[in-house]
Design a protein around this ligand. Structure first.
Ligand code: TYD
Ligand code: MG
Length: 465
C-alpha cells in the first residue's frame, strides 16, 4: 500500500509546507501549522484533476450579456449589501464571530423567501433539527415552507440537493463543520474547509442555486478561518457587532456583482433581527448632549449617509508614554490629526492620554471624519462642549487645511432631516445650500480650533466631560 502523503498546512493562511514549524513563514502566525493528509480528488489542484486536454472557444470581449438574476429576500438591509439580492448560481460567504446572529439572519432570510414561494433549503451542521425549529418558533417563522436537514458530510449534502426540487437558495451553516470523504483531515481544518467550499461553489455554478456558506471567524488558529474560502466565493459579507450593543452591521467586503461599501444595519431583539432603516437615529440615540468631547460626524456608508457620535477623552497622563486608545477609527489617522493640532494650531495635546471612541460600535474608514475627531479632541481638552445641534465633516490635510469631501449635499440633507441646524465643514465654492441647515465653512483648522477653545471653561473636580 502506498504511504499516504502528509503535508503541513497553516490554519491561518493556508500555506503548505513540507515540514512542521513553530511559525508560519508565509503569514508569521505562531503555532498555526497542523499536519494534514495531502488533498486528493475535488479541489486537489491541477495534478489530481483529470484534464481531457480539450481546447475552449475564444470569444470577443463584447457580446450578449444579461443582468444577473437575483434571489431577492425582501429584507431590505440584507438585499442592499448583496447588491439587490443573492445572485443566481453564486456562492456567498457570511462570516462573523460566533453568536453574532448569522444563523438567525439566514434563517429569517430563507423563511422570508419560503413565504414568498421560493424553494429554500437550510442545512445545519451545528444544530440539531429540533434546535433550528425552536429558533424558527422564536422568530415566528415556523410555518414557512423551508426544508431543513442536519448534515455535515459534503457528499451527502450534494446528493440530497441534487435529488431535491431545485432550490433557489441553500444555506450551509457552517462551513467549519463540513467534511468530505475524500480527505482524511478533521472537519474545520483548512484542507477540509477549502475542499468542501469548492464542491459547494461548483454545485452553485452548475445548478444555478445561490449558496450561502456561513463561516465563523475566530482569532484562535485552531479552527480554520474562512479566509481560505474568500477568494473562491463571489461575495463575502461580514456580520459585525459587539457584545455590549444590540445592533449588528452586515458589511460587504467582496462582491463580484455589486458595490462593497454598503452596510446593512440590524437590531437583535427577542424576536430576532429587526431591520434598522434609519441608523443615524439609532447611533445618536444615547448621545450625551452638552458634554465636552462629543462631536457628531456626518458620514457616508456606501450610498447612505449615516450620522454618528465621536467621543474623545483627553486626560493628563501619569505615564512617560501617554496612552492612545481608539475604537472604531484608524489609530494612525488619529496620530496624524494630533500632529496637525500640535504643529499648526498650537494645541498642546501630545502629552495627554487620549481615548477616542466611535459610539455604537460602528467602524469608520473615511478621512472625512478628521474634522469631527479634531473638534471632539479640542472640545475635551479645553472642556468646551460643542453645540448639540451641529455636525462636522471634512478631511484635514497635513498642512492644517480643511478639505471638502464627496457627497456633502447628502450629508447635509441627512443632518437637516434629523433636526441638526448647523454643519461645520470645508470651504467649497459653488456648494449648494440645503434648507434648514446653516453651514459654517473653514479653510483651516486653526480658525475652528480657536473658536472651540474660546468657549472652554475650567474643569472642576467631579465635572464630567
Ligand atoms: P446565532 O444566530 O445563533 O449566532 P451565530 O449563528 O452567528 O453563531 O445568534 C445567537 C445569539 O442571538 C444568541 O446569543 C441569542 C441571540 N438571539 C436573540 O437575542 N434573539 C433571537 O430572537 C434569537 C434567535 C437569538
Ligand atoms: Mg450559528
Amino acid at each position: 500500500m502506498a504511504r499516504a502523503k502528509v503535508q503541513f498546512v497553516c490554519q491561518n493562511c493556508g500555506a503548505v509546507t513540507p515540514r512542521w514549524a513553530g511559525r508560519c513563514e508565509s503569514c508569521g502566525e505562531w503555532n498555526s501549522i497542523v499536519e494534514e493528509m495531502a488533498d486528493t480528488g475535488i479541489g486537489a489542484g491541477p495534478k489530481a484533476a483529470k484534464s481531457s486536454g480539450r481546447g475552449v472557444e475564444l470569444v470577443p470581449l463584447s457580446g450578449e450579456t444579461e443582468d444577473a438574476q437575483r434571489v431577492v429576500t425582501g429584507i431590505a438591509e440584507l438585499d442592499r449589501v448583496t447588491g439587490g439580492g443573492f445572485v443566481v448560481g453564486s456562492a456567498v460567504l457570511v462570516g462573523g464571530d460566533p453568536g453574532i446572529g448569522k444563523s438567525t439572519l439566514l434563517l429569517q432570510a430563507v423563511a422570508a423567501l419560503g413565504a414568498a414561494g421560493r424553494n429554500t433549503v437550510y442545512i445545519s451542521g451545528e444544530e440539531a433539527i429540533a434546535q433550528v425549529r425552536l429558533r424558527a418558533q422564536r422568530l415566528g417563522v415556523a410555518d414557512t415552507p423551508v426544508r431543513l436537514a442536519a448534515e455535515t458530510n459534503v457528499e451527502a449534502i450534494l446528493a440530497t440537493l441534487e435529488g431535491a426540487d431545485k432550490p433557489d437558495l441553500v444555506i450551509i451553516d457552517s462551513i467549519q463543520t463540513l467534511w468530505t470523504d475524500r480527505i482524511d483531515s478533521a472537519p474545520g481544518t483548512v484542507t477540509q474547509v477549502r475542499t468542501s467550499a469548492q464542491a459547494l461553489t461548483r454545485f452553485a455554478k452548475k445548478t444555478g442555486a445561490a449558496v450561502v456558506l456561513v463561516g465563523h471567524v475566530t482569532k484562535d488558529g485552531q479552527i480554520a478561518g474562512p479566509r481560505v474560502v474568500e477568494h473562491m466565493v463571489d461575495a463575502v459579507l461580514y456580520f459585525e457587532g459587539d457584545a455590549g450593543h444590540n445592533f449588528r452591521i452586515l458589511r460587504g467586503v467582496k462582491n463580484r456583482y455589486g458595490a462593497t461599501d454598503e452596510i446593512g444595519v440590524f437590531e437583535m431583539a427577542s424576536g430576532g433581527l429587526r431591520e434598522v432603516a434609519n441608523p443615524s437615529a439609532l447611533f445618536l440615540d444615547q448621545r450625551d448632549k452638552g458634554a465636552s468631547g462629543s462631536a457628531v460626524f456626518a458620514g457616508m456608508e456606501g450610498t447612505r449617509p449615516v450620522l454618528v457620535e465621536i467621543q474623545a477623552l483627553v486626560a493628563p497622563s501619569p505615564l512617560g508614554t501617554p496612552r492612545r486608545a481608539v475604537v472604531g477609527w484608524d489609530s494612525s489617522r488619529l496620530a496624524m490629526v494630533l500632529a496637525v493640532l500640535e504643529t499648526h494650531c498650537g494645541v498642546r495635546i501630545g502629552a495627554n492620554d487620549i481615548y477616542l471612541n466611535v459610539a455604537g460600535g460602528l467602524k469608520i474608514a473615511e478621512p472625512a471624519a478628521d474634522l469631527a475627531v479634531a473638534a471632539a479632541l479640542v472640545s475635551s481638552l479645553t472642556n468646551a462642549p460643542l453645540p448639540a445641534d451641529a455636525v462636522y465633516f471634512g478631511e484635514v490635510s497635513l498642512s492644517g487645511g480643511i478639505r471638502p469631501v464627496v457627497h456633502s449635499g447628502q450629508r447635509l440633507r441627512e443632518a437637516a432631516k434629523l433636526g441638526f441646524g448647523k454643519a461645520v465643514t470645508a470651504q467649497q465654492p459653488g456648494a449648494e445650500n440645503i434648507e434648514g441647515i446653516d453651514v459654517e465653512r473653514h479653510g483651516a483648522l486653526t480658525d475652528l480650533i480657536a473658536r472651540i477653545a474660546a468657549s472652554g471653561r475650567p474643569r472642576e473636580s467631579g465635572d464630567e466631560g
